[in-house]
Design a protein around this ligand. Sequence first.
Ligand code: ZN
Length: 135
Amino acid sequence: MPSEDQLLIQAARTVRQNAYAPYSGYAVGAAVRTADGRVFAGCNVENASYGLSICAERAAVFSAIASGARRITAVALCTPDGGTPCGACRQVLLEFANDPQTCVVWVVKPDEIVGRYTLAELIPHGFHLRNAPAR
Ligand code: ZN
């Protein structure tokens, strides 16, 4: 595994410790690497009004976008049990993936690598608008 991917996985594991998940007890951390080499991390943040909760992956992506990045080249996700991204997060990742065929998604637990996918494998028939911004 490339050392840059090891760093990405470590970032996901570290940020998971900040997850706010008092309702589900399912703490998640995510990290995304952008085309310019920066890493952005996010954790899930739940709310008493459950529907207002946000997943770790989207928190990480939105942080990257807010910092001026637009293209994501790799993702790491750390969950208690090796869970993969939910459908909503797959679609959001697709919006900003530099290339879904090469965008790697590492799925890990705190102490174990569980899986390595490409984003194209996780969302093979994602939603696209014809007038989507050019990549
Ligand atoms: Zn999600």
